[in-house]
Design a protein around this ligand. Structure first.
Ligand SMILES: *[C@@H]1O[C@H](CO)[C@@H](O)[C@H](O)[C@H]1NC(C)=O
Ligand SMILES: *[C@@H]1O[C@H](CO)[C@@H](O)[C@H](O)[C@H]1NC(C)=O
Ligand SMILES: *[C@@H]1O[C@H](CO)[C@@H](O)[C@H](O)[C@H]1NC(C)=O
Length: 355
């Protein structure tokens, strides 16, 4: 079964008209390249699958217009794809994961906890109320001028924090773990970002630094930020597992947690989630990094999943529109809140996580 996919690059920090122009300039070449590398022609495709939601309107529009022309010209079925659904299902390309499973999506644009009950059947347990963890780590990294640090040259913001955190003490500076009084599964990172920024400003004054100079304590700050972000994510995930068990949404034994998105490649966060998994008899799986970040393969895979399941395949594309905003599945975050599940303290022998 063959499926052509159109990837839409992530829009964080991209200027809309520029993004549209980039898409228009590249879409034909990328599609031709994908076809020639796989040695197939458009005629041989079973269907065309394209991201239609959520995302930046101008970019989604370029992909959709191009795809609709293609399916009309070649008389192919069309499969509209939800970007976050694609992230959630990618794991099934590499691992034999059966429904239902819990999925945690961590990236520069998203932070979502959901249950995948079927190819097109999701329960939303929680999501970020403000910014995403990848976005926050990037901003803190820039604010700390980590690109000037000798050990961080060429690293992205998130990777720079991870690298420096390895040589720092995560418990030397204390930040408040977000939303501790809310026993739900929503996330928040904006308040933490403000806390950290205030601490950086204070330290800069104390050390009498000029704009752009590195603080002496960058490693400890990076470690403390990473620790706090991780504790927040781990606690929400822990609660989600307990909630799903209580409501019999997931198997009582050996449930599966899939962690995906660009931030899922952070080894410290992974290890913390592994500890949560160990404590709750949950199998933790991360797709390989190249499938964790935004990619076209996952859109194609989602197309294949939908094609096999016979779900959401359009032969008449009239009325198909892109949707910049689109929730994933049915929002049951209120039920999670109602259950008011207190997460038991996980006390670890390794000092990585204590909450
Ligand atoms: C860079 O990393 C090395 C090895 O981890 C470490 O010994 C060194 O202190 C670090 N340099 C700085 C400026 O932190
Ligand atoms: C989780 O448990 C397995 C098996 O008991 C163990 O090998 C592994 O080190 C544990 N992982 C963590 C992060 O504690
Ligand atoms: C979780 O966040 C969503 C918005 O992202 C909101 O609609 C929902 O009410 C929140 N749930 C709780 C329990 O606060």
């Amino acid at each position: 079964m063959l499926c052509l996919c159109l990837l839409l690059i992530r829009t964080g920090g991209i200027i809309p008209p520029v993004a549209r122009q980039l898409h228009q300039e590249n879409i034909e070449r990328i599609v031709q390249q994908a076809l020639s590398l796989s040695g197939v022609c458009v005629d041989e495709l079973s269907a065309v699958a394209t991201t239609v939601k959520p995302g930046l309107a101008l970019s989604l529009g370029v992909g959709l217009d191009y795809s609709l022309e293609l399916v009309q010209k070649y008389k192919k079925p069309f499969i509209p794809i939800h970007h976050m659904e694609a992230h959630a299902l990618t794991v099934r390309l590499t691992d034999p994961v059966e429904f239902p499973f819990l999925v945690l999506l961590l990236s520069g644009g998203h932070c979502i906890l959901a249950v995948a009950q079927g190819v097109a059947d999701f329960l939303l347990l929680g999501q970020t109320l403000d910014i995403a963890p990848g976005d926050m780590l990037d901003k803190i990294s820039r604010r700390l001028f980590l690109q000037k640090h000798p050990n961080c040259s060429g690293l992205s913001g998130g990777k720079a924090i991870e690298k420096l955190a390895q040589q720092g003490n995560g418990l030397h500076y204390k930040f408040k773990i977000p939303m501790e009084r809310h026993a739900d599964c929503n996330f928040s990172f904006a308040g933490l970002q403000s806390q950290v920024t205030r601490m950086i400003e204070q330290k800069e004054r104390t050390e009498g630094l000029q704009e752009g100079q590195l603080l002496s304590c960058v490693s400890d700050l990076a470690a403390a930020v990473q620790y706090t972000v991780t504790a927040h994510i781990a606690k929400r995930t822990h609660r989600a597992i307990l909630f799903c068990r209580r409501k019999c949404i997931l198997p009582q034994k050996r449930a599966t947690l899939v962690v995906s998105g660009g931030v899922a490649s952070n080894q410290y966060i992974r290890k913390a989630l592994q500890i949560v998994g160990n404590a709750t008899d949950t199998n933790v799986i991360c797709p390989p990094p190249r499938l964790c970040t935004d990619n076209g393969v996952m859109i194609a895979w989602n197309g294949i999943e939908r094609l096999s399941a016979g779900l959401g395949i359009f032969h008449n594309t009239e009325g198909i529109r892109y949707e910049p905003k689109a929730p994933l599945g049915i929002d049951i975050s209120d039920q999670v809140k109602e259950a008011s599940i207190r997460v038991t303290t996980l006390d670890f022998t390794s000092d990585i996580l204590k909450y």
